[in-house]
Design a protein around this ligand. Sequence first.
Ligand SMILES: O=C1C=CC(S(=O)(=O)O)=CC1(O)O
Ligand SMILES: [Ca+2]
Ligand SMILES: [Fe+2]
Length: 347
Amino acid sequence: MTATPPDVLRCAYAELVVTDLAASRAFYVDVLGLVVTHEDSSALYLRAFEEYLHHSLILRKGPTAALAVLAYRVRSAADLDLADAYYRSLGCRVERRAAGATRGIGEAVRVIDPLGFPVEFFHEAEHVERFTQRYDVHGAGALSRLDHFNLDTPDVPAARRYYEGLGFRVSEDIQDDEGTVYAAWMFRKPTVHDVALTGGDGPRLHHIAFASHERHQILHICDHLGALRKPGMIERGPGRHGVSNAFYLYVRDPDGHRIEIYTHDYYTGDPDNPVITWDVHDNQRRDWWGNPVVPSWYTDASVVLDLAGAVAPVVARAEPREADVTIGADGFSFSAGSAEFKLGEQV
Ligand SMILES: O=C1C=CC(S(=O)(=O)O)=CC1(O)O
Ligand SMILES: [Ca+2]
Ligand SMILES: [Fe+2]
């Protein structure tokens, strides 16, 4: 009999290993405006303005830039035993962590999931001041909350089945007419996604996304990076996504970790929420305006650690790669079903 999965509420925090804590602090606090809940010589605990749990991002100093853990909040403490049994039934490495093993987080279950990612499930967490209306401390680029994780994984259908087993539903995906699946977006909270599965060499972290309330906050972050003479930290965008319809920006932190800033997408909470499937050749799927996707967006991602802190081996994607097959918003462009042809940069 299949074990009962934990009741996942949402993506809740990530821990990134960074090689220069001061440089990272300058980026995440001074440019992105995240609030410092706690800091010491080895780590920064950060949150966005609408968040009242201790943190949604930990930056920990270390020798190799990597993802240390992705954490999902579960509905109750009872879900920790369900998580423990569920992952043991899947044959995964499982660790129980006492309250406080991670500052601000209660008892937790940490696993290496079937896709090779370090994932934690927790319920209890320390509450701190929620800065929703502390407009006196919001900067012009204020971020409201953590929105999603995007994961590079070689076999998207297998990853989709694994997350469906956890009760996640698909909101959108990208396929071709041979049935190859290039990416899928899946949710527990009623938005487009808590996790996106991007077909690629993995396990690797493609990005972590924070939501802002307005497009002007995204534009301010771009202007701020320009003022710092650091436009190279802007990797892709600003623009309007086809998938999710969110206004977006991708930036690269001092270690190359990718962070997306993402304005609100759309509500997905009804049981009959329609799934949107995009053709991989539709040049509006990744950018509604048909702008090319920079090659680094397809190639670069952060390695992940195992429970002992070693870098996990990366498995190459066997299926076709999106950047190789599409002439959509990644190079030469045409809109699905139309003769319009727009020359872009060839990948
Ligand atoms: O959050 C996202 C929503 C949409 C897209 S896409 O580039 O429009 O496919 C990418 C993304 O996964 O980062
Ligand atoms: Ca651009
Ligand atoms: Fe994203």
